[in-house]
Design a protein around this ligand. Sequence first.
Ligand SMILES: [Zn+2]
Length: 298
Amino acid sequence: MRKFIILPLLFLFFAGCENSPYVNVVSSDAVNHKITVVTTLFPVYDFAKNIGGKMSDAILLIPPGTEPHEYEPTSYDVVNINRADVFAYTGDFMEKWVSGILDSVTNKNLEIVDTSKGTEIVNGDPHIWLDFAHDKIMAKNIADAIIKKDPSHKDYYEKNLQDLFAKIDAVDDAYSKTISSCKTKEIIYGGHYAFGYLTRRFGLTYDAAQGLSPDSEPNAKDLIELTNQIKRDDIKYIFYEELASPKVAETISKETGVQMLLLNNLESLPKEDMQNGKTFIDEMYKNLGNIKIGLDCK
Ligand SMILES: [Zn+2]
């Protein structure tokens, strides 16, 4: 009988007390506590969800369908981070707001994961998750933090990490095989410069209409050059991005007659896809499907 009385009391007490050591108390054996992992971008969320499985709740701060480069954190984000066991983000170069928000976080037991630790950042390009080697490093960093907070389920988390590694290796192989058969190796992107890592990994050339951030305006001279390049190289398709306006790609498409294909940089997923449980790996296969069409591969 005793525990039926204590549990609601504990809940009432801590629900009304923001600064209480919420995490420590609910993780006691008296309550079936799940590890809470608060994440920022979709890839980080997806990896945390895969590794934590049924022992963990992954929370995504940046709402689905939101362009994350200029994200402004809300007071709910502070509350969520304060109640979390683990906070995982891409890196200070991508979520520039993280250091500021962590200043107002009072949760002393929070395990903070800069998932980029150990990755190789090239030319200041923040889109590190678009290199499958980086994905494994990011996933390992997340797993280490989860295991540190919940060592009693170490074997479970490690098994999930190995399963995720196997999926990443498989999609990486699929890219290698498909791209080796492509008739053209040139990707023209009517969005911001997000695919530097992916195209470098698979020996493709890559030109984007905009710079590293979706807010950078493409200038007229660059667009004319891109249009000329499409005509000169007999390009048949232009790739466009999901979130930022596809207007640039549309303009180039009208100008040159090339068709448009989606290449999602996975900074975010539309709400519908999130609700349908689409994963990072699913979306990378979908991207490969469009690369196969766009670059005329077997
Ligand atoms: Zn971006």
